[in-house]
Design a protein around this ligand. Structure first.
Ligand SMILES: *[C@@H]1O[C@H](CO)[C@@H](O)[C@H](O)[C@H]1NC(C)=O
Ligand SMILES: *[C@@H]1O[C@H](CO)[C@@H](O)[C@H](O)[C@H]1NC(C)=O
Ligand SMILES: *[C@@H]1O[C@H](CO)[C@@H](O)[C@H](O)[C@H]1NC(C)=O
Ligand SMILES: *[C@@H]1O[C@H](CO)[C@@H](O)[C@H](O)[C@H]1NC(C)=O
Ligand SMILES: *[C@@H]1O[C@H](CO)[C@@H](O)[C@H](O)[C@H]1NC(C)=O
Ligand SMILES: *[C@@H]1O[C@H](CO)[C@@H](O)[C@H](O)[C@H]1NC(C)=O
Length: 936
């Protein structure tokens, strides 16, 4: 095969590929206009990360929306007004794993309403109006592990309602009206795998183990608090695995505690007896029934003498955590905790403690965590200085008005200190000097107006500093210099007007800086307060009035200089009139930008050219007249766009196309021009499958005036939908043209078509036979037309077979009867060394002959073997050969003999044929020598 041939082949291939492509495009274009695509503007829900949240902006849902895609993993329908769950509501949601229906008014759930939710893991039915749980409402929920059904009016549990919940491990049925412990029994019987049962605030008056026959329960956690239990009697080992028990109750009744064997609760490690009163008043025996497993004891709101309770519990050496909230303690005497040498955690919050005697914590040598929040302490108690290994100290919400130099002396192991909500107007320079291990310091809402160098030299390991909600007006140079490890700094909700240049110097590890809701001003257009914060990722400046020269509301253009790693910048509500186009050239990695609620009116594409990684953009309420800046802004990564309440009213196809990655578009409260200008946007809103358009069904019309009360999505775009009609027009035209082309081709180029068809068939057969090299059964296969049979029988056969002695294959004689004709032909060609085609007008017109020749020529091309010998019985003009493109090529280089021209000298003709039959296939060069006649 020559290079010319190769080139031709590729050309044909290329041509056919491009044709195929065009056809596929056409087909798609046709399909897309005919088959409707599922819409992505949901009426009442929005979807993000596979979760649907259904809360209409105004009003409440009365029924479960039917347009939630069945691909979502979680549906939140909470806080609506749904009264009934119908059998059809959750059909086909077979991948749903979480369903939240809390805070509705559900009174009825139809049988098998959840039957399709085979993947559901969590179901929340809290705060509804269910009274009875029917027999088959939970059918199908075999994968649910967590069920919450608190704050309903359930009075009884049927013996089979929960049976289908075979995987349930957690059940919260608190705040209902269960009164008999038979109900608890029934639950535990139906739910053998339950590990955690919460049944607080019901009407249980008795709890007796004889009602529980099944003793192989897996239950690890049982919360029976806030029930008026009068008798708690355990006579058998029914909770062998129980580790967590709450039997506290502030209801005014006393409990008879009857545990027959101390081993029954021998695994309980956490016990809550808050508010409990015992008929016997014998707390020693009571606590002894927990043997020696108890480590955490909660005794909040106790009515019994607390000093005695503390003494009893602190003599149990395993107890390490004591919670004593809401016990009205006001003074902590020196000896109250003198026995508590094993405590590591003590929670005294929510009392009225005013005074703690200095030696009160002397014995608590191992204490790590001390909570004194929500008390009335006037200063940091000196007693804490004895807690050498204390790691967490909570002094929040007290009345501490100043900090002394030695308040935190010796607390070198402290990691977290909570001081929020204390009235401390000024910090002490040396207050934190010993806190070398401190990592978190919470000082929010303390009325602090002066920092007094408290952070200039100390706290080398502090990572998080909360100073929000104070009265700071200035951050001076060097004031934060000591905080070398600081990562998060919250300074929002102060009255900060200025930062001195260098305020943040040295804070190289700072990643989050919150400065929103201050009063930040600038006296120069060239401010670089943030120099050095190279690791800063988030900067929040929203709700400030950053302005220059009191009138021009501009951000200093180099404000963000040095913040090369900034990912999130918020300048929401900053009274900005414009933003300099170079503003973001310092922050190339920016992903989130919020410039909502300013007076920008216009945005230029230039502003966005340095921040091509932007993923979320908030441009609500900026009086934007058009979204056309998007077309050149090239925000190809943008996934989230919020542009609420602006004054543009048309969104063009180009603007839509400029955001290829968009998945969520929030135009809440926007109104639109309701005419054909928005047809493309409307069509896209409903039909696109990638971008969810939030609240689209509530978009209002602002033009023309006659449509003022109409919604955009109610607009009939058929009357004007240019796009659809245009698409239809194009499609129809394309189809018509295609049809014409095919007809034309068929009519005028029929032969070429037929030939092409055979070439294709032959190609198939050639591929099939290529590797099945039959041994040469014949010397030559004679391909001829039936009309030429007389010549073949009378002239060719006698000469070649009888005189020259070749073995010939003739179809009328040698083809295997019953075999498909194409197979026969292929076998003949591949089973013979040569193929002689006897060519005449009729031969060329006959389909079988064409096939034979084509197949033979394939063998020639693909095996590079010289197998074809052409014998022309008649003179055939070149023009007539033109459809047989390959044959013409063949004639140029293959052996062919012409019978009419040999008329005078037939001997020479036969001799040439003999020579041709004699040559082996591999003598490629010889073939030209054999040409006896010039090319036609
Ligand atoms: C809930 O729906 C009921 C009617 O089913 C109606 O009377 C009630 O006002 C609605 N409640 C709320 C909060 O929308
Ligand atoms: C049910 O949960 C099991 C284990 O988590 C899981 O293998 C199975 O695929 C789940 N069934 C369905 C229908 O999701
Ligand atoms: C329950 O306790 C038994 C024996 O005490 C133990 O074999 C089993 O693993 C425990 N089950 C759980 C869930 O802890
Ligand atoms: C308590 O139960 C354990 C095993 O469950 C048993 O060995 C022991 O004798 C019982 N004690 C009493 C006083 O019944
Ligand atoms: C620190 O602890 C030591 C040893 O317990 C004690 O003597 C000292 O008074 C403590 N410091 C303060 C300021 O209380
Ligand atoms: C800053 O953070 C890096 C990485 O987390 C840490 O290796 C380095 O010690 C920190 N620098 C300071 C001063 O804490």
């Amino acid at each position: 095969m020559g290079p010319e041939m190769k080139e031709d082949k590729t050309k044909t291939e290329a041509r056919s590929t491009s044709f195929e492509l065009r056809f596929i495009v056409l087909l798609l274009c046709f399909i897309s206009t005919v088959v409707p695509v599922a819409g992505f503007a949901l009426r009442d829900c929005r979807i993000s990360q596979n979760s649907a949240i259904c809360k209409p902006v105004d009003g409440k849902l009365r029924t479960v929306p039917q347009d939630i895609p069945s691909t979502v993993k979680s549906i939140d329908l909470s806080s609506n007004n749904i009264t009934k769950i119908l059998t059809s509501d959750f059909r086909k949601k077979s991948v749903l794993t979480e369903l939240d229906l809390k805070g509705n008014t559900i009174v009825q759930i139809d049988p098998r309403a959840f039957a399709d939710l085979i993947s559901l893991k969590k179901l929340n039915l809290n705060s509804n109006k269910l009274v009875k749980l029917g027999d088959d409402i939970f059918v199908g929920l075999s994968n649910v592990t967590e069920l919450r059904i608190t704050h309903n009016h359930i009075k009884a549990v049927l013996p089979t309602s929960f049976e289908s919940l075979t995987s349930l491990t957690f059940l919260d049925i608190s705040h209902n009206k269960l009164h008999s412990s038979k109900n608890v029994h029934s639950l535990l019987q139906q739910l053998p795998n339950l590990q955690s049962l919460v049944i607080t605030n019901n009407d249980l008056t008795h709890f007796q183990s004889w009602e529980l026959t099944n003793s192989s329960l897996e239950l690890a956690s049982l919360d029976l608090s806030q029930n008026p239990i009068a008798v708690f009697r355990i006579t058998a080992d029914v909770f062998p695995n129980l580790t967590w028990l709450n039997i506290g109750s502030t209801i005014k009744n006393k409990m008879i505690w009857d545990i027959r064997n101390k081993t029954f609760f021998s695994r309980v490690s956490t016990l809550d007896v808050s508010g409990l009163q015992l008929v016997s008043d014998d707390w020693k025996t009571f606590l002894e029934s927990f043997n020696s497993s108890l480590t955490i004891l909660r005794m909040n709101q106790m009515k019994h003498d607390l000093t005695e309770l503390i003494s009893i519990s602190c003599t149990i050496p395993t107890i390490t955590t004591l919670q004593l909230r809401q016990n009205k303690l006001s003074i902590i005497h020196s000896n109250l905790f003198s026995l508590c040498i094993h405590l590591t955690e003590l929670d005294l919050s929510d009392n009225s403690i005013q005074k703690i005697q200095d030696e009160a914590f002397m014995s608590l040598k191992g204490l790590r965590d001390l909570s004194l929040g929500r008390n009335k302490l006037p200063s940091v108690p000196a007693a804490t200085r004895n807690l050498k290994i204390l790691s967490k100290l909570d002094l929040s919400t007290n009345k501490i008005s100043s900090l002394g130099c030695n308040d935190f002396a010796n607390l070198t192991k402290l990691r977290q200190l909570n001081l929020y909500q204390n009235p401390i107007p000024a910090l002490n320079e040396f207050a934190f000097k010993d806190l070398i291990g401190l990592q978190v310091l919470k000082l929010q809402s303390c009325q602090i107006s002066r920092l007094n160098k408290a952070f200039s030299n100390y706290l080398p390991n502090l990572r998080q500093l909360y100073l929000n909600g104070n009265k700071l007006t200035i951050i001076k140079k060097g004031e934060l210099n000591g905080l070398k490890s600081l990562q998060n700094l919250s300074l929002h909700e102060n009255q900060i007007k200025v930062f001195q240049n260098g305020s943040f110097i040295g804070l190289t590890n700072l990643t989050i800086l919150l400065l929103q809701s201050n009063d930040i001003q600038t006296d120069s257009l060239k401010q670089n307060w943030f120099t050095g914060l190279t690791n800063l990722k988030r900067l929040d400046l929203r709700d400030n009035h950053i302005s220059y020269a009191n009138s021009l509301s501009w951000l200093p253009r180099n404000l963000l200089e040095g913040l090369t790693n900034l990912l999130s910048f918020d300048a929401h509500s900053s009274q900005l009139l414009s933003i300099h186009k170079d503003m973001f050239k310092h922050t190339p990695r920016l992903q989130m930008l919020d410039i909502s609620s300013n007076e920008l009116t216009d945005l230029t594409p230039d502003l966005f050219s340095p921040i091509q990684n932007l993923k979320s953009l908030y441009i609500s309420r900026i009086n934007l007249r058009s979204l056309d800046f998007l077309i050149n802004a090239k925000l190809t990564e943008l996934e989230f766009l919020q542009a609420r309440k602006n004054i543009f009213s048309v969104i063009s196809q180009e603007e839509i196309n400029s955001l290829p990655a968009l998945v969520y578009l929030d135009l809440f409260g926007q109104s639109f021009k309701c005419d054909c200008d928005n047809a493309a946007f409307l069509n896209w809103t409903v039909k696109n499958t990638q971008t969810q358009v939030f609240d689209a069904y509530n978009f209002k019309c602002n033009y023309p005036p006659s449509l003022n009360s109409t919604k955009l999505l109610d607009l009939d775009i058929h009357s004007c939908s240019v796009n659809i009609e245009f698409n239809c027009f194009i499609t129809t035209t394309c189809l018509t043209l295609l049809f014409m082309m095919v007809s034309f081709t068929y009519h005028f180029l029929r032969l070429q078509l037929v030939y092409a068809y055979y070439v294709f068939l032959a190609f198939l057969f050639d591929s099939k036979h290529k590797n099945t090299q039959a041994s040469d059964q014949y010397d030559a296969f004679i391909s001829y037309n039936a009309h030429d049979e007389p010549w073949v029988i009378s002239e060719l056969l006698p000469k070649l077979e009888n005189e020259q002695g070749w073995r010939l294959c003739l179809h009328h004689r040698d083809f295997e009867p019953g075999k498909p004709i194409m197979d026969n032909i292929a076998d003949a060609i591949y089973g013979s060394r040569k193929t002689i085609c006897v060519i005449s007008q009729r031969y060329l017109e006959s389909e079988w002959c064409s096939r034979e020749m084509t197949l033979a020529s394939f063998r020639l091309f693909d095996e590079q073997k010289d197998v074809l010998i052409l014998v022309f019985l008649e003179e055939i003009p070149t023009a007539q050969l033109s459809p047989y493109y390959r044959m013409r090529k063949l004639l140029k280089r293959q052996t062919y003999l012409s019978w009419p021209r040999a008329e005078e000298n037939t001997n020479l003709f036969w001799e040439k044929l003999r020579q041709a039959l004699k040559t082996r296939e591999d003598h490629g060069e010889d073939r030209f020598l054999l040409n006896v006649v010039d090319q036609p």
